[in-house]
Design a protein around this ligand. Sequence first.
Ligand code: DLL
Length: 432
Amino acid sequence: MIWSKEETLPRHELEKIQTKRLKETVERVCAHVSFYQNKFKELGITPNDINSIEDITKLPFTKKKDLRDNYPFGLFAVKQDAVIRIHSSSGTTGKPTVVGYTKSDMDIWGEVMARVFTMAGVNSHDTVHNAYGYGLFTGGLGVHNGAETVGATVVPSGGGFTSRQLLLMKDFGATVLTSTPSFALHMVETALAEGYDLQKDFKLKCGIFGAEPTSKGLKEEVARVWGIKYYEVYGLSEIIGPGVSNSCDESDDLHIFEDHFYPEIINSTTGEVLPFGEKGELVITSLTKQALPILRYRTGDITALDRTPCKCGRTHVRMKSIMGRVDDMLIVNGVNVFPSQIEHVLSNIEGITLNYQIIADKKGYLDKLEVMVEVTEDMPLDSIGALEKIKKTIQHELLNNLYINADIKLVEPRSIERSVGKAIRVIDKRSL
Ligand code: DLL
């Protein structure tokens, strides 16, 4: 089943819609967002220069930093009374990235997520157990909205409380699981430890997983142990949240909902647009967003695009599963964090230095983060009470500011190995 006719439009018709919507978006940002007004002035262009979708390459890029520099609402193109929802992610110097939605944006989010669910064969007869986090993160509420749009019964369980989640999944007869892939596997471990029979006790037929980089092996493992079909959803808050693209029955690649989100692949160093099939940084322009329209957003995600026809009948371009990042952003159990954000938190804590290392690893199927930090010279290492207090403070600040749970290891001054060139701040032992 296909949710909307826009997903199967012939390319020339799709391009007509994209051109019209791009022109409207450009006019909107030039009328209401001073950041873009200045960018257009610098580049010596006006909205009249945009006459076809190909003209998109004349437009400026937008980066995460631009959202932070214009914190909180500087890039919004509507007045506050038109904004009905705010989401946000953690930020470098305490300033989060803030995104907003009008009623029309929320309807479009519901629509694209309805396409995602329909791609996975989900309808009003299904019960969706939604274990993506609710709250400021776009995962929980974004997925929720789409499940309701297709008329499914949603169980808004959110993250954590694995035992209770399993009980609800069994008793409510969930047929669809939505969560990060690592959480889906973590559930398996808990279920087996608690004596459940995965095939007999649960009615799951499929899962819609995303929000973190996942290897082919891990996807196959999730599908195998649960005995379900694995669908992958991709998205990011700056563009809408989950629902930018999703995999169909015929392919592991993900159809991008191109009538709303226009994709390009660029060489992240030169900014040059790369041809279909080549690997590079994914750049997305929102074509219909009202509250936070965004031009050529540098996602930092590495992938490649494929325009060859798909057997499922959808004409929208497909992207490969994310192959990595162009920057040092870590995704820990679905939460995005930059090493610089951790450094900022550490810099405000007494008794430690800024000689630190972040070690990302797996504990079972979940991600585990350890922050190893050297204490100051005057901090006696035998003062257990003082060290415990520092550890607790770091843990608390990381959780409060960045929403991450980390183990803290305090070590002696000068004990972390120094490197000749750039300091090695991150050791990522998780391999894709
Ligand atoms: O993670 C939105 C989302 C929620 C997507 C639930 C899918 C499911 P952010 O918190 O803004 O939004 O993080 C966006 O997460 O730039 C990618 O680096 C990563 N990401 C999202 N989906 C995938 C995926 C949500 N399927 C950032 N594979 C993005 C790999 C993904 N990485």
